[in-house]
Design a protein around this ligand. Sequence first.
Ligand code: XMP
Length: 514
Amino acid sequence: MSAHEWIAVLDFGSQYSQLIARRIREQNVYCELLPYHTPAAELARRQPAGLILSGGPASVFAPGAPLPDPGWLELGLPTLGICYGMQLMAQQTGGRVSPGQEREYGGARIRVTQPGALLAQLPPEIDVWMSHGDQVAELPPGFQTLAETATCPHAAMADENRRLYALQFHPEVVHTPQGAKILRHFLFDICRCRGDWKMAAFVEESVAALRARIGAEHVLCGLSGGVDSAVAAALLQRAIGDQLHCVFVDTGLLRGDEAREVEATFGGAFGADLHVVQAADRFFEALRGVEDPELKRKRIGALFIDVFSAAAREFDAARYLAQGTLYPDVIESVSPLGGPSVTIKSHHNVGGLPADLQFELIEPLRELFKDEVRALGRELGLPEALVSRQPFPGPGLAVRILGEVTPERVALLQQADRRLQEELRRLPNYADIWQAFTVLLPIRTVGVMGDCRTYENVCAVRAVSSVDGMTADWFRMPHDTLDRLANRIINEVQGINRVVYDISSKPPSTIEWE
Ligand code: XMP
């Protein structure tokens, strides 16, 4: 959205680069991540209000270390270098960087010696998060030290005349509690941003842009039951009303109430043109006797494309197909490791449609992060249960039922899962859970109920915290929650007599079991 003031982050491959962009947007300032080699001329043309040089895993001394177009300095933009970005700034403005003998990684306490505009109104000592090897040994001409630690004499530096600032530590992570304040100083006091990135404005602008692009044409949108497609559809509905046609494939493999909720929201409250394709029988048929996880994924993926394509052919008057692509999918990523990656699981999403379906794509969410999509959904009046829904795999509950998938086993899992969700919503730190679900195992164990022997299913409970699903840690669930949950599942769900809790992290495990 070039009409907005914005901050450009040159991405040198730090694991925190996306986080920098999110932190800035949280301050109502639009922000985009650009590859580190973006030409200075492009920056000049797009006129950001400020520039951030991100951290990165390289050393400025490494052969082939990523360097920005040296022209960035001539643009005269207020600039903040973070970690590797600080070392680059020092090196390119005539300072000296010394190679680190050892990596300093973890919490540190810095002393603010000369706050300047960046560290204004902070306590004299603050806790920060460091993660670096090299560091600035001699300041470039015109720079002053703003803060120090015992081992890092220039933990922050600035040339206030040229509005060049740099931090050896990471203000974007939660382990730097004053980080948001530091970023605010950069955005509002140094770059003079106004903070015009608000969801209400986004709705208005997007609606106008979508209307202008679509004109009198028709748009087809596949609803998956998840947040992204629902928000995309709600935005399009606001923009073009009955020129939007929604298709929802009920695979029979969804969590409990999703199908009903989609119908109630889009078919009911929103009055959208919703077409529900009841395909559960076909999916169960395709999965009959299938136990191998990859085969399940392939069968479901292929059938989904068949069913969706058949439905889509009925809308051959539609010119566009809407997709809920998000910003993290479109960032031209700078891989610190490079090289091809192996397929761990064949992911399934709506997409990969046959060539004879000639839709043009429309992606109304491609500028947004997931948390912004949720905020947008609320702004558009979608129900909270839908907006705050956790990520859900394309193949649905099929990959949470180990072994053969049958309608009976899906029903059993849905019952267990509902109880898990009810119990978790009572937790004060519910928001720390990225995903939580139950898994039905392909074994039976012996139990005793009343005076009778039982020989029934085992259900595993999985809950993880994560930032993006790429890595995850198992959620430290309170024992009394685990206790209540196990009791409820075993007593209330007939067919399950044992509950276990999964304490594996990713890596080396994955979030889903298949
Ligand atoms: P894994 O199991 O690979 O999951 O650690 C990482 C995240 O991706 C979700 N997931 C999928 N999402 N299509 C999707 O759109 C899929 O086929 C799929 N498989 C897994 C998973 O729920 C977790 O959030």
